[in-house]
Design a protein around this ligand. Structure first.
Ligand code: ATP
Length: 354
């Protein structure tokens, strides 16, 4: 395994409350994070992402289970002795120190002499494209610049792993997009393992080499962005990532019955089996309005139209009582009540466990 690889086994973290109740923030997590990769922990608020990050950093003691870094036990090592650094949403820079002092501080704490630290500070300011800012105080920098300094400080000590806890959440959308690109570049040029926490699925898809989707303290699915988007293994993942419709249909030998309409079973993704009523997920971009009916079309009526600039999203009531989403061309000018046919792409309906 490449340097900076993490192996997490049966990790549990239970928090108690003064009233005697408890919550399993991590309910037995198994996870392999490949060294040198950009790994994203994704999930809704309260699902345990931050708790996992804090266990890796040593800020939280697991109730049970193990964490190894490059084959060596990590969870029993004191936090300061771990080759792991963290960047938080609140940049946590020392306000009374200059940018250079902020970066230098971590280096000196980890045993660098001040004279050698100076060169490393310059190198780090270069890396995050902040040359010339060394003598400023954090209050004289924008939010994005402060975040760059926090990254420089965290990377200066050459960690094996950099943990990032929603580091972009405080930035406006434009700046956030810029920093996403910047973070990808930093990860590639340093080769350090980045473990990045977010609840933003679009951010996860655009940044992660691999993504672990969390649901209530457990991992629902691990995969590449494409696998997670195209082949969600359960309803929670399909619903949380992107837009999707859930359709209840009967799969029989003669094809797929949507209410009283029959369509060709080629619309089903691989692995779907004949056998009664099942739920499938269907992405809106795999459904298209067509002029005439064929073996893969459904009859539908437009219920709602959501204009989104580049495209519109139609919410359709199909004959047979199913609601599906369909992406459409804004210039078509369709509106509520319009009757139409929609064609479903081959292999686009994926069976989801509920
Ligand atoms: P968010 O995106 O909102 O930060 P998260 O996915 O990071 O959410 P965690 O912060 O890991 O979630 O919390 C997981 C669960 O553990 C939540 O139910 C939370 O209330 C609980 N929890 C976290 N820290 C503590 C604590 N110190 N004491 C008690 N319960 C806690």
């Amino acid at each position: 395994m490449p340097a900076g690889s993490i192996e997490i086994r049966s990790l549990r973290k239970r928090f108690g409350s003064p009233e005697g109740s408890f919550v399993d923030a991590l309910a037995g997590v198994d996870l392999d994070i490949m060294g040198g990769s950009f790994f994203v922990l994704l999930g809704p608020s309260g699902c345990g992402k931050t708790t996992l990050l804090r266990c890796i950093a040593g800020l939280e003691n697991p109730t049970d289970g193990t964490i190894h870094l490059d084959g060596e036990r990590l969870d029993t090592v004191a936090p300061y002795a771990r080759k792991v650094t963290t960047v938080f949403q609140s940049y946590a820079l020392f306000p009374h120190m200059t940018v250079a002092q902020n970066i230098s501080f971590g280096l000196e704490m980890s045993g660098h002499r001040r004279s050698t630290a100076k060169g490393r500070v310059e190198e780090m300011l270069n890396l995050v494209q902040m040359e010339g800012y060394g003598s400023r105080k954090p209050s004289q920098l924008s939010g994005g610049q402060q975040q760059r300094v926090a990254l420089a400080r965290a990377l200066a000590v050459s960690p094996s792993v950099l943990l990032l806890d929603e580091p972009l959440a405080a930035l406006d959308l434009k700046l956030r997009r810029g920093m996403q690109v910047e973070l990808k570049r930093l990860q590639r040029t340093t080769g350090v393992t980045f473990v990045f926490v977010t609840h933003d699925q679009a951010e996860a898809l655009s940044m992660g080499d691999r993504i672990a989707v969390f649901d209530r303290g457990a991992i629902a699915q691990v995969g590449s962005p494409r696998e997670i988007y195209d082949a969600p293994t359960d309803r929670f993942v399909a619903d949380f990532i992107g837009e999707t419709s859930f359709v209840d249909v009967d799969v029989r030998v003669d094809g797929v019955w949507v209410g009283d309409m029959l369509i060709d079973s080629r619309v089903l993704a691989e692995g779907a089996a004949v056998g009664g009523r099942q739920t499938f997920s269907l992405r809106p971009e795999r459904v298209r309005v067509v002029a005439t009916a064929n073996a893969s079309t459904l009859r539908a009526r437009v219920d709602e139209v959501e204009y989104r600039g580049g495209d519109v999203l139609l919410l359709l009531d199909t004959a047979g009582g199913q609601k599906i989403l369909c992406r459409d061309d804004p210039s078509a000018g369709r509106g509520p009540g319009d009757e139409l046919f929609v064609e479903i792409d081959e292999g686009s309906m994926r069976s989801v466990a509920t």
